[in-house]
Design a protein. Sequence first.
Length: 212
Amino acid sequence: MNNAIIIFNSSKKAKVVYYRHGVSWNGNRFAILLKEIMRQRVITKEDYKALDLLQAGLDHLKAAEILLRESPEVFDSAGYLAHLGIELMIKSWMIISIGSFNAIHSLKQLIKDMEKGNCKLSLTERELQTLAYIEKFKDLRYPSLISRNPVEIGSADIDQINQLADTIWQQMPDQLVTEYGEISHGKKAGRVFMKRLKSIVRDLKFETDISS
């Protein structure tokens, strides 16, 4: 019999301690178990503010557009940020309307979870196609696996990405849209934008608590 002990800390991150009893544990089976455990993690409004998620998502989409107008070498980064931007828009909606979301990255599954929570997102056929198309962009954070076909992305993709984001924005809860419009310039997720004089050297010893 194989056994696994799963321990959740205060941040709801799972630490898995496993041991063998009688039969050796197969690494692939353990990876599947761990993936299933992480899939079942639930993020709540105690973890993130809906407004912070929305602001981060929209900023990621701005960054994606800038990169897609640059050289092809940064298109992968743009695609990953575009996927993350749409993902965080959806998750911000779920936090404010449902109170939680599963710790997953599949846009298709997140929308299914929204519908289960009585949150309806209406998308045209073209927008559903765009959603399915950019779903694979989450894999662009790493080079393509040798065993898989490369993920395609191009500068023209930004138009359909923006169209999808705009459609989601138009249907988001009024409260969230209003709060976003009231964010003070220069503030983000509890932080304030500040300029550091070049003459002031960052004290990494103090900020990291690492010293010899």
